[in-house]
Design a protein around this ligand. Structure first.
Ligand SMILES: Cc1ncc(COP(=O)(O)O)c(C=O)c1O
Length: 375
């Protein structure tokens, strides 16, 4: 028998994510594995399409590039906001089991922020406009998937980062399957998949002996379900909506104050933010910009996601916390400047040969096989 909170959680999840069925898992990675297995099972097609740079957990079935030791033949990587990607989806629809989208990573500040972190430059477009562009792009993917009969999966493992209604509400675009994780467990390890009856069904309606085996000893464990219950109740409350909006307004005001301070102090930096996501943009070219986060750490600020250049603010950060944050960035930047890391004419080395060379060498036998050149 299930504890009543499990039924309550299912009802709340179905309501928030507008789907017909839910399954529980032990991590975001597993939720993605389940979603991918389900679309393969029901379409009978081999390929999963993902977008460049999007993280979907550490499973080698969807992980791109560095860190994945497997040459991934059943996962195709497409470019965000590119009409050719939509054409490819249409052309190869009969092979594609599903399109997996991370509705934050493609919003337009991934590679540009990383480039800014690595060298400097004014290319960062983080902010509300990049979200609008991404909203348009997501609806084009939705239309293409619908027209081509390819299921669309939103990987929202970072649950509720865009607001209490998740990415579907935020962008006004619905997916066929949504995977959720992290905060939805209220501090406990969790993964959730919400989807239609048709795609969540573990049996083949035409061949009863053909099943999709997705299980887990600790899926839906009582402790996780209990804390999830509290999270979901809070997320649906008016308090949550007020807190999300309060944070949005505090952060927007902080960006203005912070940037004004940089310009008064003559520091070649700016911050860009959208809701609780923010990044530092470097306007002075320097191959040493990546060292700035070490100065921040010395000032007491430990950034997460340093590698991508993106950072997150907690929802409960007050105006005083944000003021402190400005102080830390400004004092670090003054010291960084005084130490001479920002200098004119700093050239930027091309990282491509450094990455491409070893990658090609490592995968050369697979690549030769792919083109029929190996013996
Ligand atoms: C979009 C996305 N998908 C999947 C995962 C993997 O989740 P977990 O770390 O719970 O396995 C993450 C984690 O960062 C994520 O951000």
């Amino acid at each position: 028998p299930m504890h009543p909170v499990v039924t309550e959680n299912i009802e709340m999840l179905l309501n928030i994510f507008r789907k017909e069925e839910v399954s529980f898992h032990m991590s975001g990675t597993e939720a993605v594995m389940c979603a991918v297995q389900q679309v393969r099972f029901h379409t009978g097609r081999p390929l999963i399409a993902v977008f460049k740079g999007a993280y979907h957990g550490w499973w080698d079935g969807v992980m791109q590039g560095a860190g994945n030791p497997r040459f991934n033949f059943d996962c195709i990587v497409l470019k965000d906001k590119c009409p050719a990607s939509l054409e490819l989806l249409k052309m190869r629809a009969s092979e594609i089991a599903g399109v997996l989208v991370n509705p934050i990573s493609g919003m337009g500040w991934g590679p540009t922020v990383t480039a800014s972190l690595a060298s400097g430059g004014d290319k960062v477009t983080a902010g509300p406009e990049s979200f609008d562009r991404f909203r348009k792009w997501l609806s084009q993917i939705r239309e293409t998937c619908t027209a081509s009969g390819v299921p669309l999966i939103f990987d929202e493992t970072w649950a509720f980062q865009l607001g209490p209604g998740g990415a579907q509400d935020f962008y006004g675009v619905d997916a066929d399957i949504v995977t959720i994780g992290k905060a939805v467990g209220g501090g406990h390890a969790v993964g959730v998949v919400c989807g239609s009856h048709r795609l969540m069904e573990r049996r083949d309606p035409d061949r009863p002996m053909r099943v999709s085996f997705v299980v887990g000893t600790f899926k839906g464990s009582p402790m996780v379900m209990g804390s999830m219950n509290a999270v979901l109740k809070w997320v649906r409350s008016s308090d949550a909506a007020a807190e999300f909006n309060g944070m949005r307004d505090r952060v927007a005001a902080w960006v203005e104050v912070c940037n004004k301070t940089f310009s008064t102090e003559g520091l070649p930096l700016s911050v860009a933010a959208y809701r609780n996501m923010w990044c530092i943009c470097y306007h002075q070219k320097s191959v040493y910009n990546f060292l700035f986060h070490c100065y921040l750490r010395d000032a007491g600020l430990q950034l997460v996601w340093v590698g991508t250049g993106k950072a997150l603010l907690n929802i409960e950060f007050s105006e005083q916390d944000l003021e402190r944050l400005t102080g830390m960035i400004v004092s670090s930047a003054k010291q960084f400047k005084a130490d001479g890391w920002w200098y004119e004419e700093a050239s930027t080395p091309s990282l491509l040969p450094l990455v491409l060379g070893p990658t090609l060498k490592y995968h050369s036998s697979h690549i030769l096989k792919m083109f029929g050149l190996s013996k």
